[in-house]
Design a protein around this ligand. Structure first.
Ligand code: S3P
Length: 441
């Protein structure tokens, strides 16, 4: 285990391989914690992701009146509130998690209580006007207490009305925030997206018996009024996290003699565009879907076998389906022959860090030919990595893990600083790299 140490040394690895069983999906774990806390009775959740982000959401639900504990085998038990939430005295701290904050804001907007949401320095620098505007349109009072529309957020909820709303940015967090608020609204809400984003909330709602209609980019849902829906406790099973699995897939993608299988991983088509990108870049990708319906999340096993990669372009409608994998696409671009272009990805600038500038700076430091652009970057590969004293994660988990993958392809070890952030989403990351054959100190 390499949990809390602040820096890590990743050695080059000539060959990697094996099978990994993936821990639970982060997005789905957040949502299940909220739905189980809303239900009446005791729900059991298998494969809930025990990362800092999801545990912060779970703690927030406890502060609102739910009870929860984990058994030794990792199963989570949540005793729900039946919709009768308590007013928290102190601010609810969502740590590093934009998903936790934005989704919880939606739920709170429907409740007749006042609550404050805060988070770490990174979360307190992220834009929240994108949820303030629709929640106020529904009737909540939302104050952004930070500078320029940033958190903390104070919400006085209740008396919501459904609305028609076109979401100006492609964001599953904003869509989900509005759908959670609609649970406690009178009338009907119709949200329209600019591009299809991950639909975990829609699937989980349908699975829990909450009716909604999806028609292309439009989701229509009738509110349940001030009392909210009457949800019964039920068992949940969280599929493995594709965004975490992506690191192992990328770790072998550029090595012609390496191959890895990730098993039990979520295969929601609105999450898996990285597989198309890997195929375009020349890697071999095999997918064995085990199960899934319109309501239940598809999951299965993915095997990637490495190859000499060639550059590609990612942009347009593909972006939301690999938004969290874009730092890895930049890494793959550095390893591939020719040009790799990431475009239409301005949203990367308002993630846990400005992922365009932070990735471009790190790649430059390592000697990669990269051009930063307003909405992405252009990378010319393959790069011959230069030895450097150390590189920074900027406190962003996905940057730390992407750089660790690149380190496997170096000519000498790469030191990555400030890696505690990995615990926000993927506590097993370093163990998994080691299990594949990497040497990590
Ligand atoms: C998430 C949606 C995405 C993604 C984030 C998780 C979710 O954010 O980047 O890691 O769980 O809904 P946006 O919806 O803001 O793009």
């Amino acid at each position: 285990m390499i949990p809390k140490s602040q820096s890590v040394l990743v050695h080059p690895a000539a060959r990697l391989g094996g099978t990994l069983s993936m821990s639970g999906d982060k997005s789905i774990s957040h949502r299940v914690a909220m739905l189980a806390a809303l239900a009446k009775g005791t729900s059991k959740v298998r494969n809930f992701l025990q990362s800092e982000d999801c545990l912060n959401t779970l703690h927030a639900m406890e502060r609102l009146g739910a009870r929860s504990f984990f058994t030794d085998d990792g199963e989570l038990t949540i005793q729900g509130t039946g919709g009768k939430f308590l007013e928290p005295v102190d601010p609810l701290d969502l740590g590093n998690s934009g998903t936790g904050m934005r989704l919880l804001a939606g739920l709170l907007a429907g409740l007749p209580i006042t609550a404050e949401l805060t988070g770490d320095e990174s979360l307190r620098s992220r834009p929240m006007n994108r949820i303030k505007e629709p929640l106020e349109k529904m009737g909540a009072v939302v104050e952004l207490l930070g500078e320029k529309g940033r958190p903390p957020i104070r919400i006085r909820g209740g008396n919501l009305k459904g609305m028609d709303y076109a979401i100006p940015v492609a964001s599953a967090q904003v869509k989900s925030c509005i759908l959670l608020a609609t649970l406690f609204a009178e009338g009907t809400t119709t949200v329209t997206e600019v591009l299809p984003t991950r639909d975990h909330t829609e699937r989980l709602f349908l699975n829990a018996g909450i009716q909604l209609e999806v028609d292309g980019l439009r989701v229509r849902m009738k509110g349940y009024g001030a009392k909210g829906p009457k949800l019964k406790a039920r068992p949940w099973e969280v599929p493995g996290d594709f965004s975490s699995a992506a690191y192992a897939l990328a770790a072998v993608a550029a090595r012609p003699d390496s191959s890895v299988t990730v098993s039990g991983v979520g295969l929601n088509p609105r999450r898996t565009a990285l597989l198309d990108v890997l195929r375009r870049m020349n890697a071999r990708v095999e997918v064995a879907t085990r199960s899934g319906t319109d309501e239940a999340e598809p999951f299965g096993d993915v095997t990637v076998s490495g190859a000499r990669l060639t550059g590609t372009t990612v942009g347009g409608g593909e972006i939301p389906a690999l938004i969290d994998e874009l730092p890895l696409v930049a890494i793959l671009g550095a390893l591939a022959e020719g040009e790799t272009v990431i475009r239409d990805a301005r949203e990367l600038r308002v993630k846990e860090s400005d992922r365009i500038t932070c990735m471009a700076n790190n790649l430059k430091l390592l000697g990669v030919d990269v051009e930063e652009r307003e909405d992405g970057m252009l990378i010319r590969g393959p790069a011959r990595l230069q030895p450097v004293a150390g590189i920074q994660s900027y406190g962003d988990h996905r940057i730390a893990m992407s750089l660790a993958v690149l380190g496997l392809y170096g000519e000498g070890p790469v030191c990555i600083h400030n890696i505690a952030c990995v615990l926000t989403s993927y506590p097993a990351f370093w163990d998994h790299l080691i299990a594949l054959g990497a040497h990590v100190e």
